[in-house]
Structures are given as structure tokens and as C-alpha cells.
Design a protein around this ligand. Structure first.
Ligand SMILES: [Mg+2]
Length: 286
């Protein structure tokens, strides 16, 4: 029934736009018609609910079905191994070596949660706790093997996550069940009062030598990237260009992240129709 209603709305919307097109020669441009149709549809709540997370379908499918995604994960951890071996050979290092990793979309795959949001037309935090409590997130390809290799070479592992404290125990269970080393209360550092990871990183840096940092979000590496708009984020990456694939190892995440929040000016609570417009506005075309 909902599909029929949406179809009728779609046809009506197209007719309205079509009439409008005939009335004004100047607005007959295909681009404008497309935009007007999309906006008319977005104003309908039933249709809006149906397509609320449509923009997430391809990125979630990419993570779940593209063999290229697996290859990128292996690539990241293979580069990590090469760089770790180089660091291990450096005899000038006189502190205990550690590797610092984010958890979500860096060592654990949460695409099942994203798929649930798409199918149920919901957004975070709905279902997030339920998903975490299952403790069934799969490891990213190559992550467990790489970290076991690091442990075998005397390197300690620290997981610095923005999962909240009350999810810490279940997250440790998930990591331990999947074979991750150092999955314990001392090595999983959850979010307390601030989202920034800088203070937690600095605390580790005071005691240890950080051989490598792994993350899917620039904020997993340095505070220099925090809260920046789209263009300044890119400029900041350019300034750190020499660090990527060296000390900073990035995992792909096209589903969510600060890259998306930057498009919305970090106003994540704005209406879906505004996000829809901002996404289109951010597109570069010709
Ligand atoms: Mg992450």
C-alpha cells in the first residue's frame, strides 16, 4: 500500500514539475526539474521515511559485498606490518612500544548496524546498544593476524574508542571472542566525557612509544583534524601527507564519520530534508 501511495506521489510530483516546466521556458533545464522533483518528494513524510537512509545503501553494500573493501583492509594491515618491522629495527627507541587503534570500522565491522538502520529507517543511536550487546561484530580482514604478530614481537595494543563506558565490558567480550590480543579493561580505553581522543592519546604517549595509529576517522590520529569543514580537512591531510601509510594507517569507511558531519557543518541534528539538500550542494559537477 505504501509503495502504491509513494508511486502516486511520484507520478503527481512529476506531473506538477512537468506543468511547471511548460509554463516557464527558463526553468526547463533538466537539472532544475530533477532538483524540484526530489524536493517535492522529500516534503512527503511517507516517502521521506522510505528513502531516509537511501544514501547509505551503496556505502553499506560496499563494505559488505565489495571484495575491494576486503583488499583495502588487508592492504592497511600489510602496510602496518612493514612499518612495524621498520620501527622494531630502530634501536634508538627506549620506551615500550604500543600500537593505538580505534575500534569501530578500524578493527570491528559494524555494517550490520548500518543495514538495520537502512531497513528500519532509523538513525543512530537507535539500535546501537542492541547491536553492541550482541558482541558479534566481525573483525576487519587482517586485523587479528596483524595484532597477534605485533604482540608476538612484544608490542602492546591499546584500543582507544568513542564507545561509551557502559559498553566497555561487552566490547571487550566481542574483541576477545574474535581473537583480538589485549582485549581487557586495561587496554580498551572508552569514551568518558569528551569525544576528542587527544587527551587519551597524550596519556599513552607520556608512557610509551606509539609505533602506529590505526583509524577510519582523521580524529583517530591527531587533534589537528577535529571540527574542520570539508576544505580545511583536506588541507590538514595535505599537511600530514607524509604520515599516511607510515605512522598513520587509515581504514576505509564510506558509511559515516566526521567527513559526513563536515558536510552538515557538524549540525547532525538537522532535518533529513536539509541533509539531503546539503549533500547535493556539496557535490562537484560540471
Ligand atoms: Mg571508527
Amino acid at each position: 500500500m505504501k509503495k502504491i501511495v509513494s508511486l502516486i506521489l511520484l507520478i503527481s510530483a512529476l506531473s506538477i514539475v512537468s506543468c511547471k516546466q511548460k509554463q516557464t521556458d527558463q526553468k526547463s533545464d533538466y537539472q532544475i526539474v530533477k532538483q524540484d522533483t526530489a524536493m517535492l518528494l522529500m516534503k512527503d513524510s511517507a516517502f521521506r521515511r522510505m528513502v531516509r537512509n537511501e544514501h547509505l545503501v551503496m556505502s553499506t553494500l560496499y563494505q559488505q559485498t565489495a571484495a575491494e573493501y576486503r583488499a583495502l583492509c588487508y592492504q592497511a594491515f600489510n602496510i602496518g606490518k612493514v612499518m612495524l618491522d621498520m620501527d622494531l629495527a630502530d634501536k634508538t627507541v627506549n620506551k615500550h612500544r604500543i600500537i593505538v587503534l580505534d575500534i569501530d570500522e578500524t578493527v570491528l565491522d559494524n555494517s550490520d548496524f548500518e543495514a538495520k538502520c537502512i531497513l528500519e529507517s532509523t538513525v543512530y543511536p537507535k539500535y546501537w546498544d542492541e547491536w553492541c550487546q550482541k558482541a558479534s561484530a566481525e573483525p576487519l580482514p587482517g586485523a587479528v593476524e596483524f595484532l597477534k604478530y605485533a604482540r608476538a614481537n612484544g608490542v602492546s595494543i591499546f584500543y582507544v574508542t568513542n564507545r561509551k563506558e557502559y559498553l566497555k565490558d561487552i566490547t571487550i567480550k566481542n574483541l576477545a571472542d574474535k581473537g583480538f590480543p589485549h582485549a581487557d579493561a586495561d587496554h580498551v580505553i572508552a569514551r568518558t566525557d569528551e569525544a576528542s581522543k587527544e587527551a587519551r592519546r597524550q596519556e599513552l604517549l607520556n608512557k610509551y612509544h606509539i609505533s602506529l595509529l590505526f583509524g577510519d576517522n582523521l580524529n583517530d590520529f591527531a587533534e589537528d583534524f577535529e571540527g574542520l569543514a570539508v576544505k580545511p580537512r583536506k588541507d590538514a591531510v595535505d599537511r600530514f601527507a607524509g604520515e599516511f601509510g607510515k605512522r598513520f594507517i587509515v581504514l576505509p569507511n564510506a558509511m559515516y564519520g566526521d567527513w559526513e558531519d563536515a558536510i552538515y557543518g557538524y549540525n547532525t541534528r538537522i532535518d533529513d530534508s536539509v541533509k539531503f539538500q546539503l549533500r547535493r550542494k556539496a557535490l562537484r559537477s560540471f
